[in-house]
Design a protein around this ligand. Structure first.
Ligand SMILES: [Zn+2]
Length: 158
């Protein structure tokens, strides 16, 4: 049996889709909702997989620091990155691929969650990113997937 719980975190961020060719190539932003699903086979003596407050501080802490009120860009998007670097103060985060909802969910699941949950008893199975109230993308661990904390992604915030 698997037990699974979810913590939802809201954040605001700007992005653009490099070489999209349409309106998503303009700088714009979204009120995102991220849903983090974590699992374990057993509960602790209190009856929890993990304290929801701990999940909140881990996930909200990371999102507040790196993505909230910042821009998320493809690291190949030199033009966009150079434009942002002209602004003081600025906050941006480089992903190794385009900042679509799919790729943001995947990055959180593959790179961020293993790091954040390293000292807990739970592991992340799924991350959902709602980009609008009507559209979401989901990244889900497949059987046999092992968390891969290493990545080419570079975090830049200032
Ligand atoms: Zn967008």
């Amino acid at each position: 049996m698997n037990l699974e719980i979810m913590r939802r975190i809201k954040f605001c961020a700007g992005h653009r889709l490099y070489q999209h060719g349409g309106k998503c190539e303009f700088f714009h932003g979204h009120n995102y909702v991220a849903e983090f699903y974590v699992t374990n086979h057993h509960v602790d003596t209190v009856g929890r997989l993990i304290d929801f407050a701990d999940l909140k501080s881990l996930f909200k802490g990371w999102l507040d620091q790196h993505w909230d009120h910042g821009f998320i860009l493809n690291q190949a998007d030199e033009n966009g990155l150079n434009a942002l670097r002209l602004v003081e103060p600025c906050k941006y985060y480089e992903l190794p691929y385009n900042p679509t909802a799919e790729n943001m969910a995947r990055y959180l699941l593959e790179v961020v969650c293993p790091e954040l949950l390293r000292d807990t008893d739970v592991r992340a199975t799924r991350v959902v990113i709602w980009e609008t109230e009507e559209a979401f993308a989901e990244a889900r661990m497949s059987d046999g997937d092992s968390p891969a904390p290493d990545s080419n992604a570079v975090a830049v915030a200032r």
